[in-house]
Design a binder for this molecule. Structure first.
Ligand code: PRP
Ligand code: ZN
Ligand code: MG
Length: 226
């Protein structure tokens, strides 16, 4: 019937740095999920919740377009999508319910180890490869630097060696990837963590009730982790 409440849809990263922690958070909150099968949608057995497992880059858009009700995503991906949508005059509304205690990383400029670097002015006229062209573009603008941005969806760290770019702007967590590719981190342009976001126009009372039930559990899990 039309009055029946829809199941709450939560988007999480299918595979990558946030997926294990996202799944662990759901489990700690008491959600019984069967994620063994490689399916897009996993039904939560004991609550009116479906978990959608997608690429992290798709999560902000799914929530901003109201296709999913909640999502766990890195602030870097969220901010990049927001900046892109502002430029495209698309809607980019969402609410941050909670900044989570995992997924910490920084978006940094890195250059070949042997290169001298005395600040962002050194990037003038250079080519920089990144997966985050809008965040990088905003930073360069703030610094008054003109550089060419090459957008790569992956393997950004090999771009300098491959002769595709002079520098890169990529996520760093342990620094092992930079090290392995003969690069050094020279400027941090954005610090990121995972966040739980909600779509703006959520009005279904049962869904809101369910969220109100989940939030204290999430807070409890985070306090226990401290
Ligand atoms: C990021 C980044 C590097 C790696 C850095 O990739 O692009 O490849 O993490 O981490 P490290 O400093 O610990 O070596 P991510 O895991 O986000 O996957 P993706 O590049 O496929 O998006
Ligand atoms: Zn990604
Ligand atoms: Mg990578």
């Amino acid at each position: 019937p039309a009055t029946e409440s829809k199941r709450l849809r939560i988007a999480m990263q299918k595979s990558g740095r946030l997926s294990v922690d996202s799944q662990a958070l759901f489990t700690s909150c008491g959600l019984k999920i069967n994620l063994r099968e490689q399916r897009l949608i996993a039904h939560v057995e004991n609550m009116d919740i479906d978990i959608l497992r997608v690429r992290d880059d798709d999560i902000p858009g799914l929530v901003m377009d109201g296709v999913c009700d909640l999502g766990i995503v890195g602030e870097n991906v969220l901010e990049e999508e927001s900046l892109q949508r502002q430029l495209d005059n698309d809607s980019f509304d969402y609410t941050v319910l909670k900044r989570l205690d995992f997924g910490g990383c920084r978006l940094s400029i890195a250059v070949p180890q042997e290169e001298a670097y005395q600040g962002p002015a050194a990037l003038e006229g250079k080519t920089i490869a990144t997966t985050y062209p809008r965040l990088l573009g905003r930073y360069l603008k703030q610094q008054g630097v003109n550089a060419r941005i090459v957008t790569l969806k992956g393997s950004v760290e090999v771009a300098p060696r491959a002769g595709l770019a002079d520098a890169i702007c990529d996520l760093v967590s342990t620094g092992a990837t930079l090290e392995a590719n003969g690069l050094k981190e020279v400027d941090v342009i954005y610090r990121s963590k995972a966040v739980l976001i909600q779509r703006k126009d959520l009005t279904d009372s049962k869904q809101l009730k369910l969220i109100n039930k989940l939030m204290p559990r999430i807070n409890g899990v985070m306090q226990a982790n401290e």
